[in-house]
Design a protein around this ligand. Structure first.
Ligand SMILES: [Zn+2]
Length: 256
């Protein structure tokens, strides 16, 4: 009887797996702003809603907004200049730039739909407006590249396959192992795509894209000599990113 049960379980597992593969194929769409085909399970309106709903909590985790209105205005000006001179203006996203009070964590990040954040710790390390444009351009790249939405769709998919695997042949652990690696790889690609888009936006807005490399140097110095080897990290090594940024600068300079 054990054999018969196993067959049924295998069939159910295969059916679930097929469902998720078909669902995934139907979620494939071309990003009109990057030209890249990606798996997306939510609308841009939903992305905007998620971003706006999560923004206050994000700010709170980094000591709230920075009280200096002059600095905040600087961040707004540079961010808006990047948007108004690039394809980012044509997207449905509602961009907002927030300077966070956090004096210790050197970081910048973006929520889906256009909420962009930079900590004061990173802001205060920047040497010029071009570097600020580099940081914000990179974050706008994450928004326009729909990286969070893509990550969510991917994790739904692997979750589904892991379920199918555990019903079918108790191989769920194995399948979710593959899933995690895929997620990490996507994370690395996200960073490189955002760097590339950042360079493009900088050039369009009249900023010096070489300063994106300056930003990488700052991140490299901040990480210190004990940084995690690149393969183990979800973020590509700044050195690796510098090489790719140089390629992007050449590419977009030749194109214009
Ligand atoms: Zn990034």
């Amino acid at each position: 009887m054990r054999g018969k049960n196993f067959k049924i379980r295998l069939l159910i597992g295969a059916a679930i797996a097929l469902f998720f593969v078909v669902k995934r194929c139907s979620q494939r769409e071309e990003n009109p702003y990057t030209g890249r085909v990606q798996t997306i399970s939510m609308s841009s309106t939903e992305e905007i809603q998620i971003g706006i709903a999560s923004a206050p909590q994000m700010a709170q985790q980094h000591g709230g907004l920075h009280p200096n209105t002059e600095y905040q205005a600087m961040v707004d000006n540079v961010g808006n200049k990047l948007i108004n001179n690039s394809i980012a203006r044509e997207t449905p996203y509602q961009y907002e730039f927030h300077l966070l009070a956090d004096p210790n964590t050197i970081n910048a990040f973006a929520l889906p739909g256009g909420q962009v954040f930079i900590t004061f710790a990173l802001f205060s390390k920047l040497e010029n407006e071009d570097q600020l444009a580099g940081v914000l351009g990179h974050e706008i790249g994450h928004v326009l590249g729909r990286h969070s939405a893509e990550r969510i769709a991917e994790s739904d998919f692997w979750q589904g396959l892991a379920t199918a695997g555990s019903v079918g042949a108790d191989a769920g652990g194995l399948v979710s192992g593959i899933g995690q690696n895929t997620l990490l790889t996507n994370g690395r690609d996200d960073e490189l795509e955002s760097d590339d888009l950042g360079v493009k936006f900088m050039l369009k807005a009249g900023y010096n894209p070489e300063e994106m490399i300056g930003v990488m140097e700052i991140l490299k110095a901040a990480a210190g000599p004990n940084r995690v080897p690149e393969m183990q990290s979800t973020h590509p090594d700044p050195e690796n990113r510098i090489e790719k940024i140089r390629e992007s600068i050449q590419k977009y300079k030749n194109a214009s």
